[in-house]
Design a protein around this ligand. Structure first.
Ligand code: MRU
Length: 349
């Protein structure tokens, strides 16, 4: 992790501190959450965002929830916690990592009803810390596994933010860039601005600049012309949920990048940890796509830019079909088509 990039979150003195990503790049401040409701609100407002990061935040929110339940014994704490965990797991619907992390927290205390409430809370605190620490290890492993795909002098196009600020470590897609740079390769990144919430312009550009990696921001609509001009060697993005056949949901606008990349013969890579895969879904058709408020599109810098009364279409994610994905880079290795087989093999490991 680059020391110049602020921590996405940390847990201290019974509170979860979240870097307020809505205020980047102008202000580096943290939101202190004492209750699960405050974490849920922060996840919905995108104070913390990015699939692995909201998984870590969800795990810490379960710790906060357990701390606020007054229970006479372990059994009543666990049964109340199961109810309190549901709104945390469903704070945002598309990223698989959120429910994955909350379920893992509940599994950690399953069968522990005989313990005291204090004993159960201690298990939960340790499990949340483990999920967070493993996330950092996962990022480093994705970086190592993917760095060989980037040659010296490569120009990488990315979308949204799949960097340190989207995870508990150095990122998924951007971990690969950081690792390649760490190995002495020269890498230049093009960051789509990522309308409407500008995660690329505000967050990816911020963290790459802090890490000393050359970055150029472009409008989302300029990406195809950049490829047409032979100025992109590879596209590298993260994912929020990947189905059993390799169809991958990521920030809205990713699909059109993949289509353009195929047209211009540019390799299109997805980087994601095992916790982002959802094998209950045979293909991407079953991925629930979050739709966000019209104001995010209609109001720019505090000014309404869409006439009153005009409707707005604002899905937060789209699904890229597996056939457009050159490879999926995970902490367990690089997966190649046919994905149904390589994903099944990876998850069995
Ligand atoms: O709405 P966001 O900012 O949470 O969307 C994030 C993305 O789409 C990321 O690319 C994805 O979560 C992968 S983060 C490593």
């Amino acid at each position: 992790m680059d020391a110049n990039i602020p921590r996405t979150m940390y847990f201290e003195d019974g509170r979860l501190f979240l870097l307020d990503q809505t205020r980047l790049p102008g202000e580096t401040s943290y939101v202190a959450c004492e209750t699960p409701e405050e974490v849920i609100e922060a996840v919905r407002r995108l104070v913390v965002r990015g699939a692995p990061a909201i998984g870590c935040a969800g795990a810490h929110a379960v710790v906060l929830a357990a701390g606020r339940i007054s229970a006479i014994d372990g059994a009543s704490l666990i049964s109340a916690l199961r109810i309190a965990a549901e709104p945390i797991a469903s704070a945002r619907p598309t990223a698989a990592n959120l429910r994955w992390a909350v379920d893992r927290m509940l599994r950690a205390v399953a069968g522990k009803e005989h313990l005291s409430p204090g004993g159960i809370r201690a298990i939960l605190a340790a499990e949340a810390a483990r999920i967070h620490a493993e996330d950092a290890e996962m990022c480093a492993a994705i970086g190592r596994n993917g760095a060989g795909l980037i040659r010296d002098g490569a120009r990488v196009l990315t979308h949204c933010n799949a960097g340190a600020l989207a995870t508990g470590g150095s990122g998924t897609a951007l971990a690969i860039v950081y690792e390649a740079v760490g190995r002495g390769k020269r890498v230049e990144v093009y960051a789509d601005e990522t309308r409407p919430l500008l995660q690329g312009a505000r967050i990816t550009a911020y963290e790459l600049k802090a890490a000393g990696v050359p970055v150029t921001v472009l409008c989302d609509g300029a990406a195809a012309s950049l490829m047409a001009a032979s100025r992109v060697d590879l596209v590298l993005v993260g994912a929020d949920r990947i189905a059993a056949n390799g169809d991958a949901a990521n920030k809205i606008g990713t699909l059109q990048l993949a289509i353009a990349a195929r047209h211009y013969g540019v390799p299109f890579y997805v980087a994601a940890p095992a916790s982002t895969f959802d094998l209950s879904l045979p293909d991407g058709g079953g991925i629930r796509i979050e739709h966000r408020p019209a104001e995010e599109v209609a109001v720019v810098a505090g000014r309404r830019v869409v006439p009153d009364g005009v409707s707005v279409y604002n899905p937060a994610f789209d699904v890229t079909p597996a056939e457009l994905i050159t490879a999926i880079i995970t902490e367990r290795g690089v997966l190649r088509p046919p994905y149904r087989q390589s994903i099944a093999d990876m998850t069995a490991r």
